[in-house]
Design a protein around this ligand. Structure first.
Ligand SMILES: [Zn+2]
Length: 323
């Protein structure tokens, strides 16, 4: 209850902030003489917006629609922690009117390129006011956890920030972006309530999951699930033999039922997860989507669908299999 109230307050604050930005944006436009970057195609005078991850691309499309030319950098299944920029995307970054990125060092190598190359506005969606990054977990000694989109409340803040940024590059469509934002925030609210209801089906002591890397800490915190990753918050790391032994002990000691592979993880980590499961008797659940959406058009091809897919996958594996 309290949680839901906080959600609404945060989202309203985001909208108020969005509304207040109207004046600056009009003034800014007069001085800037329109948007800086070149257009995507001949005759396409829409502003070009580059989105780094597939989640952010989806969000930019939801809010921006046909009014914006959206260029997605990462393909389905690509791992943002390890992403290496392609020359054509470096050019897109340079020429974009707006770059939407996650921030908090999710886009490890891309981070520097965006900072050095972008000539338009850059918005890091996880670094917005109202988002409190988690720190201090496994592998978090030095960095904040960037996977904030896993909390639907935080994703509402992402959405508000996208609407605000798009309104700056296409002010003539501001009302439309705001309208789409409000509809989407309602959908996020419904999703949030539905996720909670689904996890109510799992007995509390069984609400423990193991994934490949620590991408689900925000999800776990929001929905009361204990989450453990084979490695820390970035897939740049390699698990040590001690990490693996520790995880096996944890699974055995707590009777954890399922481990979940992630679609954006490389083969060696997936193999290790399989081995951990085989050695402990845990079930290997269906694939979760953490840092990348599923194929376009598939159930997990949108953020809303991905969150439903992950929830259903976890709930079915955690409540099933009891003797
Ligand atoms: Zn990640």
């Amino acid at each position: 209850m309290n949680y839901h109230k906080n959600t609404m307050t945060m989202m309203k604050q985001a909208i108020i902030k969005h509304g207040a930005s109207l004046l600056c944006l009009v003034v800014g436009l007069v001085f800037a003489g329109g948007c800086g970057g070149p257009e995507a195609e001949d005759g396409d005078d829409r502003p070009t917006v580059v989105a780094t991850t597939t989640m952010i691309e989806d969000l930019a499309k939801v809010i921006g629609g046909e009014e914006i030319n959206i260029v997605g950098m990462m393909r389905t299944g690509e791992d943002p922690h390890l992403y290496e920029v392609k020359p054509k995307h470096a050019t897109s970054v340079k020429n974009a009117d707006l770059v939407l990125m996650n921030g908090l060092h999710l886009e490890a190598t891309l981070d520097t390129i965006i900072k050095e190359q972008a000539t338009g506005k850059v918005v890091a969606l996880a670094e917005q006011e109202g988002i409190e990054p988690l720190t201090g977990g496994a592998g978090l000694e030095v960095a904040a956890d960037p996977h904030c989109w896993m909390d639907t409340r935080y994703y509402g803040i992402y959405a508000a920030a996208v609407a605000e940024a798009l309104s700056e590059v296409a002010p003539q469509h501001e009302a439309l972006f705001k309208e789409r934002l409000l509809v989407y925030l309602d959908e996020l609210g419904e999703l949030d309530a539905w996720i909670k209801k689904r996890f109510d089906e799992v007995p509390e002591r069984q609400r423990v999951i193991v994934t490949g890397h620590d991408a689900f800490a925000y999800f776990g915190k929001a929905y009361g699930i204990e989450v453990h990753g084979l490695i820390g918050i970035s897939t740049e790391q390699e698990p040590t033999p001690q990490d693996i032994e520790k995880l096996k002990t944890l699974i055995r000691d707590n009777g954890i039922r399922a481990v979940f592979p992630e679609s954006s993880l490389g083969g060696s980590l997936l193999g290790l997860l399989d081995k951990v499961a085989a050695d402990t008797g845990a079930v290997v659940g269906e694939e979760l989507h953490s840092d990348s959406l599923g194929e376009p058009g598939s159930e997990a091809g949108t953020y809303l669908g991905m969150m439903r897919h992950n929830t259903n996958t976890m709930v079915e594996a955690l409540k099933g299999g009891g003797e």
